[in-house]
Design a protein around this ligand. Sequence first.
Ligand code: ADP
Length: 302
Amino acid sequence: PITVVGSINLDTNLRVAYMPKPGETIHTKEMYTAGGGKGANQAVSAKRSGASTHFIGAIGDDAAGQVMLDLLKQEEIDVSGIKELENKRTGQAFITVDEAGENSIMIHSGANNAFSKQDIQKNQQLITDSQCVIAQFESPIDSTLEAFLIARKSDVCTILNPAPALQAPEELLRATDIIVPNETETQILTTITITDEQSMKQAADYFHHLGVKIVIITLGSKGAFYSTGKETGIVDAFKVKAVDTTAAGDTFIGAFASQLRPDLSNFVEAIRYGNLASSIAVQRFGAQPSIPFKEEIEEANK
Ligand code: ADP
């Protein structure tokens, strides 16, 4: 199995003709709610790609929390590691997309910010029973670090998606086997400006010096760069018409992780699978609704 330690949000998506100015009231053209949060998206992607998936995270004691818990249960994700926190709100994102496809997002982190190291320790068996653990930066860093240290002790592979872009403590990078940033996140973590493959190699070396085994920089419509220190390359993206890139990175990571062998030897093949899964997701609207199932990915591969 795969364990995801991370965030759970209920997304409210609004489609508008244009973004309202301060003081202005406008009507939306469409509104829908859907499951989101980087952690939950990655778990849904891993599960839909065929991996048995556990989740460790938190919701509040509100209706949004029940909606999200039900969605994750419907996916047949193991939700035993999800804690309901009293007097907290479940994470929620309010996403507005205008006609040009430009978006503006407000996030209330709520319960996502409030699960502790102790909550991780209580669920350590979920981690030690797994082949790998995946985490992002929408949860407390201390809790993520605790999860990675537990994983390390049991030879469980650790995958870090350092998103949204933040500085990370070196200790966390030292406990990371595979790091999967996009270009912006790479620049913030390494202070190296990503222009060409040479700069990607330099950025990768920054992570390798801290002990990271595999560096994967996702490049949007250009696919993904990888480095092991010895070997580097680019796995091209699939050419598709993107309509909404929300959760592209999350879909990539979950699908990628679902294919990894315990010895990580097939990681280039797993990157190609991640590219394929996310190329399907960008052709659909929303976060979790856009994430493809194994059968769809296999069909697209024919
Ligand atoms: P993030 O969404 O985290 O910023 P990226 O934009 O790098 O991440 O996208 C993640 C992955 O999604 C890419 O590596 C690629 O495989 C796929 N992807 C993203 N945008 C497109 C696109 N326009 N066409 C095809 N694939 C895409």
